[in-house]
Ligand binder design. Sequence first.
Ligand code: NAD
Length: 260
Amino acid sequence: FLKGKTAIVTGSTSGIGLAYAKALAAEGAAVMINGFGDAQAIETERANLAAISGTEARYSAADMSKPEEIAAMVHDCAESLGGPDIVISNAGIQYVSPVDEFPVEKWDAIIAINLSSTFHLMRAAIPHMKTRKWGRIISTASAHSLVASPNKSAYVAAKHGIAGLTKTVALETAPHGITVNCISPGYVWTPLVENQIPDTMRTRGLTREQVVNDVLLAAQPTKQFVQPEQVAALALFLCRDEAAQITGANLSMDGGWTAA
Ligand code: NAD
């Protein structure tokens, strides 16, 4: 149902972002992927997305901490693929430390990549959407857009910021056929999460099962990870005409975490 539409997904060389890109491509969208990683692996993914969609797929190496590179990425999409009709702001990083020891440069990087990049992306993309009177803007927020955990001051501040930015821009763009929403997953099974398990087992003297159930899924009542494909399926629904009246929403997908 997305044939003829174009989408930018930031941070889509891995994890949730890659699942969004695949889901959009499977519906026929021309996708521009973005993020860091091995050049060969990225090229393989890009070619795979082109094959899945039956149309073009491109890669942008834009650094989400650099406003001018974000604007250039949107411009490049408009020139080469058209649009963008759909933008998914997903790139994100994490750093864990008590606030009084939090490195200033880590704070600045998290605010830039996890929050300000979404502003720059919206700012550059919305004029293109207004001309076509249709647009879908989706951000990956987090359960941490609604609740806090200790030692994650920058991440929690950035994700709460995404929820506020989403509401504000939804109000501004509502007359133009553009919807703006964010999705707030709990723990999602990505390489990022999986790779933490051996370290935590070692440093805390726990079994794999204990790390998963008592540490990672401690706050998630279903005791199951969210799957990247489940997050992508919700984003896909937000792109449908049936979702035209969903705007300004922060949609939780967290196994009940924030219900507690
Ligand atoms: P991931 O590490 O697998 O993917 C992050 C992506 O962002 C990668 O493609 C990486 O290259 C890219 N990236 C990082 N810094 C960048 C920069 N400066 N410029 C451009 N790209 C950059 O992580 P993920 O788990 O898939 O996370 C994706 C999003 O989902 C993040 O915003 C994260 O906060 C959010 N999230 C993740 C979870 C989880 O449990 N995994 C839960 C809630 C929210």
